[in-house]
Design a protein around this ligand. Structure first.
Ligand code: FAD
Length: 456
């Protein structure tokens, strides 16, 4: 019987263990993408993510077709939709790559049990993480809460497996299966169409992800270690959305860097180590999320539950969202985000610190805004990093570390290259005054934090 491969956060044909296993079974293969916004515990996608998903599915559809595999789109709860497709096609096996969020794990576990009860082979594979969360533990058997020993433990184990090549063509003539139309899913904005900046900035899909990796390695790796904190220079990989959607896997990155390493200059080799460490932070966020599933809702450090957040100041939140706080580096970052669906990492830290510590707005408000506007919005990395900046997270910066956005700008954007790029009205009479006094709001934040310390 045929094999159904369920695609989710793994929108690629190379290094896709579920797809390769399906082709290897020697029967016809059906590629299925289920748009599931209704199963409990699954976080609905933000607007920028939907835009990316549309482009990425359109690209995947073509590469899957080249393998003689029909691409089927269906909406609804996976627990209903997958068995329906199995019944329609007479498939005898369903394969997928694993996910690590609690809601997703619950769905996949039930699906596996349900299919197996019906005598269908159901198997899952490791594809999106180099180190699955339950395989890495401290000497005491507990999850890691600090990055450095976590990453040391990861690197101390066996080398991650080599990536798989694109499989050959699937057996038999393609099965005819009814599919919904991507255009009907209305994932892209229409009225208004705010996605022009996204189109100008990004090319989603597997081919573009590889092109990005190669140009990063050849052009930027030697500048990465020194330049990665300078937002005016574009020397980071910009691979985060490709990784988020699984157009490229961490295994492919790991081994591609390994393959070129011997020929690298000393500077580029330093860049390579640093770059793989950043990929390690992605692994660590998923490790933390797996062991603390409600990372986007709950303080990882419970003592922060008592933090005295004042009543939400909606005007201040909107000024932050729209990039008109009157603080140039913050506004430049928020406008970069709105326009392009991304923001440089250094600036993400600055705008997050500004929201939580100068505006005293709960980190969850910021996390939600990023979730809606980032093309790389990631269920683990986003809340993990928000909590990291807020001070409530794993291995977090201490709360009293308040970034001073003016000093940050002087240090990392000394000539205003980044600010001017995203904030054309800077230095004009139209540019607003700062919504808060930086020094006074910093003192207020520290005294709120002090009250927390005194309570515990
Ligand atoms: P590079 O420097 O080239 O790094 C390579 C890869 O490593 C990235 O593509 C990414 O997958 C991973 N990575 C790098 N830094 C981190 C990090 N701190 N945590 C986890 N993974 C990391 N990253 C996301 O992928 N999705 C998010 O939703 C997200 N939200 C963030 C929110 C805040 C408040 C902050 C401070 C950071 C957030 N990050 C998030 C992390 C980081 O800013 C981005 O991964 C990075 O800017 C992406 O650019 P790049 O691909 O050029 O990174």
């Amino acid at each position: 019987g045929a094999t159904v491969v369920v695609f989710r956060d793994d929108l690629r044909v190379a290094d896709n263990p579920a797809l390769t296993m399906a082709v290897d079974r020697g029967a016809p293969v059906i590629a299925l993408y289920v748009r599931d916004e209704v199963s409990p515990g699954i976080r609905p996608l933000g607007a920028a993510s939907k835009w990316w998903l549309h482009q990425s599915l359109a690209s995947l559809q073509l590469s899957v077709a080249e393998l003689g595999i029909p691409f089927v789109l269906r909406s609804g709860p996976a627990l209903r939709v997958v068995p329906e497709v199995v019944a329609e096609t007479g498939a005898t096996a369903v394969l997928w790559n694993r996910r690590y969020g609690a809601g997703e794990i619950a769905v996949d576990t039930q699906l596996k049990a349900h299919l197996r009860e019906d005598g269908i082979q159901a198997e899952s594979f490791q594809a999106s993480l180099l180190f699955e969360p339950w395989t890495i533990a401290t000497g005491a058997g507990t999850p890691y809460s600090v990055f450095t020993p976590f990453w040391r433990a990861c690197r101390g184990g066996p080398e991650p497996r080599h990536p798989l090549p694109v499989p050959g063509r699937a057996a038999g003539p393609p099965t005819v299966v009814a599919t919904e139309l991507l255009a009907d899913w209305a994932l892209q904005p229409t009225r208004p169409d705010w996605a022009q900046g996204l189109r100008d900035t990004w090319t989603p899909g597997e081919d573009a992800a590889w092109a990005r990796l190669h140009s990063f390695i050849s052009d930027d790796l030697d500048e990465y270690a020194q330049g990665r904190d300078v937002p005016g220079r574009q020397v980071t990989s910009r691979l985060s959305p490709h990784l988020r959607w699984g157009e490229l896997s961490a295994h492919q990155i790991w081994h591609e860097v390994g393959r070129v390493r011997a020929g690298l200059s000393a500077l580029a080799a330093e860049g390579a180590t640093r770059f793989l460490t950043e990929v390690g932070w992605r692994e660590f966020s998923w490790h933390v999320l797996f062991h603390f599933p409600d990372l986007a809702e709950r303080n990882w450090r419970a003592d922060y539950d008592k933090f005295p957040w004042p009543a939400l100041d909606r005007n201040a939140l909107e000024a932050w969202q729209q990039g008109r706080t009157g603080v140039p580096l913050v506004d430049a970052g928020m406008r970069e985000l709105w326009h392009t669906g991304t923001m440089h990492n250094r600036v993400r830290m600055v705008v997050a610190s500004f929201l939580t510590k100068n505006l005293l707005i709960d980190w969850r408000e910021g996390e939600r805004w990023f979730w809606d506007t980032l093309v790389d919005a990631d269920a683990a990395a986003n809340p993990f990093n928000w909590q990291w900046v807020a001070g409530s997270g794993a291995d977090a910066a201490p709360y009293f570390r308040v970034f001073n956005p003016e000093l940050q700008a002087k240090k990392f954007d000394p000539h205003g290259v980044y600010i001017r790029r995203h904030l054309p009205d800077w230095d004009t009479p139209d540019y607003p005054d700062a919504v808060v006094d930086l020094a006074a709001s910093r003192r207020a934040a520290l005294s709120a934090y002090q009250s927390l310390r005194e309570q515990s």
